[in-house]
Design a protein around this ligand. Structure first.
Ligand SMILES: O=C(O)C1=C[C@@H](OP(=O)(O)O)[C@@H](O)[C@H](O)C1
Ligand SMILES: C=C(OP(=O)(O)O)C(=O)O
Length: 438
């Protein structure tokens, strides 16, 4: 489906959806234990995939019709053999976390996903599961799904690269808590996307599971992570509440910074372990006045003439599309560095943003691990662009389109359902001329 975006301003207050990363982990943790009520879950295509996987292992997940909670019945630490192939759809988090849980099953689990997910790397996780005592392989022997996993694994030490996906570490820690021997994850390289492991430690802690980083050679270096085995999952009082999603917030804050008339306020911005809260500092560094009231959980951003900045996205890969869109509107160069792992997402987001912003007239230089947007050299023009079946590309292009000269058509706008269902409605409520075409 196409979305149509005309140049327009935005103002008012919007609420960010609940965190996708926290929701995946909370539903899985509740499912691996005796169940819990997860309040304010993100109800989206990706989190539904994790809910289906919990059900495939023998639990159940009921999302309330009004979306305010998910009631999870757990499988008490013993995932059963799924009756059918587990379809992780478009969700990398689901596939990685569920592959490790499959290593606990005394039987065979088969996992697949859509064509995007079947092209993403899983090899290091398969190797890790083998090191822990499971059998894990790719049906095509190319480190990609479909995957076949035979457990049970006992635990031990798994050595993995840290520069492909932090989700491998998250997966090994979450499943490792239910092994007999526990799991030591030894990182072969520096960890990218590290704040996502902090989110995992946060959720594990809330479910009564102890896990920690193990010290490296220097004071701030991390050698890996450790989780003891035999730790049941149990949320305090059987309840867990999901905070707002800063990656989703980034599009609303970026919209306010480029097209605020004069400002936009985003609710749901309670502090949590999410590295993507860095978007607040980034829009401020680019010149937009920002006020984050941490107690109230609100961020207000005013429109301003933005200036290019250099941003390292090693910790915050999901912000790359948003920063690239901001850079196309700013004056001067915006250089996004340490970005190679951003190529392993729903699509290669470095190339996708370079090519799609270029269609809108932006001047862009792409390197293997960096993207530089040369703002101010050209005028951003409305164009027909391709969201590449990737929710974040669609939303970032919609932000750029608000201030392009002329109308923009974005292909594949329905993919926002992966992380931010109703995104175009929220933009419209802020006053933007942005809507899906039937
Ligand atoms: O664990 C998570 O919830 C996520 C980790 C990150 O992936 P990588 O660790 O693969 O970079 C991020 O890009 C993804 O959107 C969500
Ligand atoms: C990469 C993402 O998610 P996942 O890895 O779960 O597909 C994302 O939401 O940007």
């Amino acid at each position: 489906m196409d979305a149509h975006v005309s140049p327009s301003s935005v103002s008012g207050t919007a609420r960010a959806p609940p965190s996708k990363s926290y929701t995946h982990r909370a539903i899985l943790a509740a499912g691996l234990g005796d169940g819990a009520t997860v309040h304010d879950p993100l109800v989206s295509a990706d989190t539904r995939a994790t809910a289906r996987a919990v059900e495939a292992f023998g639990g159940s997940v009921a999302f309330a019709e009004d979306g305010t909670e998910a009631v999870v019945e757990g499988l008490s630490g013993s995932p059963g053999t799924p009756d059918d192939v587990v379809d992780c759809a478009n969700s990398g988090t689901t596939m990685r976390l569920v592959t490790a849980v499959a290593g606990l099953v005394d039987g065979t689990t088969v996992l697949t996903g859509d064509s995007s997910l079947r092209s993403r790397p899983q090899g290091p996780l398969l190797d890790a599961l083998e090191q822990l005592g499971a059998t894990a392989r790719s049906t095509r022997s190319n480190g990609q799904a479909p995957l076949v996993v035979d457990g049970p694994m006992v635990g031990g030490t798994a050595s993995i690269p840290g520069d492909v996906s932090s989700q491998f570490v998250t997966a090994l820690l979450m499943a490792g808590a239910l092994t007999d021997d526990g799991v030591d994850v030894a990182l072969e390289t520096e960890l990218k996307s590290a704040p996502y492991v902090d989110i995992t430690l946060d959720v594990l802690d809330a479910f009564g599971v102890a896990a920690e980083a193990t010290a490296g050679e220097t004071a701030d270096a991390v050698a890996g992570y450790h989780v003891d085995g035999g730790q049941p999952y149990a949320a305090a009082d059987g309840e867990y509440r999901v905070p707002g999603d800063f990656s989703s917030m980034s599009y609303l804050l970026a919209a306010g910074a480029v097209a605020g008339d004069p400002e936009v306020t985003v609710e749901g911005a309670v502090p949590s372990a999410q590295g993507d809260a860095a978007i607040i500092d980034i829009v401020e560094r680019m010149g937009a006045p920002v006020n984050w009231d941490r107690d109230a959980g609100t961020v207000t951003v005013e429109q301003a003439d933005l200036a290019g900045v250099t941003v390292d996205v090693g910790d915050t890969p999901d912000l790359l599309p948003t920063i690239a869109a901001l850079g196309a509107v700013a004056d001067g160069d915006t250089r996004i560095e340490n970005a190679e792992h951003v190529r392993y997402k729903e699509t290669d987001r470095v190339t996708a943003m370079a090519e799609e912003l270029a269609k809108m007239g932006a001047s862009v230089t792409e390197e293997q691990d960096a993207l530089t947007v040369h703002g101010g050299e050209t005028t951003l023009e409305g164009a027909t662009v391709d969201g590449r079946a990737d929710h974040r590309i669609v939303m970032a292009l919609a932000v750029a389109a608000l201030v392009a000269d002329g109308d923009t058509t974005i292909h594949g706008c329905e993919h926002v359902d992966v992380s931010f269902p109703g995104f175009f409605g929220v933009l419209e409520d802020l006053g933007a001329h942005a809507h899906p075409l039937d």
